[in-house]
Ligand binder design. Structure first.
Ligand SMILES: Nc1ncnc2c1ncn2[C@@H]1O[C@H](COP(=O)(O)OP(=O)(O)OP(=O)(O)O)[C@@H](O)[C@H]1O
Ligand SMILES: [Mg+2]
Length: 337
């Protein structure tokens, strides 16, 4: 049994009262009520087992990072830049017993390139129970913020939810999936939690992790990768700096990105912009092999090739990159097996 949560305000010595749970938390109840839909949580977030990442020293926390590193190296296909960026962020953050600000990462790329996959892997290594941990909060706009006319209520609820959970446990993780479907302006309500201050609303929040996930910027990444291919250069030679500025510009200017004219971009509150590159045919084949192994099925090269060939590729003429990444691999296998 892990020790109880070590991340409380007392431990951090940040002062401030342990405020009672705000209204958006339903003690023993049904979770966050936004858009008339309750989150999957069925018990109060402060009542669950301690997140792994709170136990022990920075050395043992780095052990968790090694597990993540190994998992990424073994199972994530064709995304060395993602591995590099995510591990840099996570290691630096876990090593530091007193981070100056929360870790804020933003994942960008086209469909099926591994964004949700990596975010699940990350929380699985850092939090007991992974996505089901009471300290991991996963938001999907379609589920949690479906109605544009309720945006003011969502803002209030979201702010209270984050504040309440960080009061309960500073080492919480907040995942915002499908950011491109988020109503413009909604996400800026969490800005005060992302910056390098000591406390906000009486809550210490510097040990939290925020991950934004989005397709926005994917076109720009694909375009840059195609340019490299046309110049006979490796797709992984993409410059992180160039990718970051292209993505930031794209999401800031796109009303459908969730970050439209967002202060989060303007104030440079994102520590790591993580570009997911489009996957090539041989990457898709690797995904097929991984999936077969995971399902305990025999790996037959002919069948691996057939599944990979059945997926659409772009550009139309050259067919270099998978249009759906590895997203449909699992469902296609049953047709070919
Ligand atoms: N780079 C990758 N390496 C290994 N497997 C991958 C990779 N990308 C995708 N997959 C496989 O495809 C599935 C779907 O990927 P995932 O859900 O992460 O895509 P996504 O980038 O989040 O797409 P979307 O933008 O549509 O949400 C994963 O569960 C995983 O099995
Ligand atoms: Mg996804």
């Amino acid at each position: 049994m892990l020790p109880s949560c070590l991340c409380s305000l007392r431990r951090l010595g940040a002062g401030g009262p342990q405020t009672p749970p705000p209204q958006c938390l339903q003690p023993g109840g049904r979770g966050l009520l936004v858009g008339g839909v309750a989150t999957r949580r069925n018990h109060a977030p402060w009542a669950g087992p301690a997140p792994r990442l709170f136990s022990g020293s920075s050395k043992s926390r780095l052990g968790l990072a090694s597990g993540l590193e190994c998992d990424l190296a073994t199972n994530l296909v064709g995304q060395p830049l993602v591995r590099q960026q995510v591990m840099k962020g996570v290691k630096e953050f876990l090593q530091n017993p007193s981070p100056a600000k929360p870790l804020v990462m933003s994942f960008h790329g086209s469909t099926g390139t591994g964004k949700t996959y990596v975010s699940s892997m990350l929380v699985r290594h850092l939090f007991q129970g992974g996505l089901r941990s009471p300290y991991v909060h996963h938001f999907s706009p379609i589920v949690h913020f479906p109605h544009a006319e309720h945006i003011e209520q969502y803002k209030e609820n979201l702010k209270r939810w984050i504040q309440g959970n960080l009061t309960s446990c500073g080492r919480s993780a907040f995942l915002f999936d499908e950011m491109d479907k988020m109503h413009p302006g909604l996400i800026d309500v969490i800005m005060p939690f992302l910056g390098p201050s000591w406390v906000v609303y009486g809550t210490n929040y510097r040990k939290a992790i925020f991950i934004f996930i989005s397709n926005a910027g994917g076109e720009q990444i694909n375009e840059m990768t195609l340019d490299l291919w046309r110049a006979h250069r490796d797709r992984e030679e993409i410059s992180l700096q160039d990718a970051e500025s292209a993505i930031s510009k794209a999401v800031f200017e796109n009303p459908q990105s969730g970050f439209w004219k967002s202060g989060i971009i303007n104030e440079h509150l994102i520590d790591f912009v993580v570009p997911f590159l489009p996957l090539k045919h041989h990457h898709v084949k690797q995904c097929v092999v991984n999936e077969l192994v995971q399902q305990g099925l025999e790996v037959r090269q002919g069948m691996v090739q057939e599944v990979a060939d059945s997926i659409p590729y772009f550009p139309e003429e050259e067919k270099i990159f998978s249009s759906t990444g590895c997203k449909t691999v699992a469902s296609r296998i049953s047709f070919f097996f």
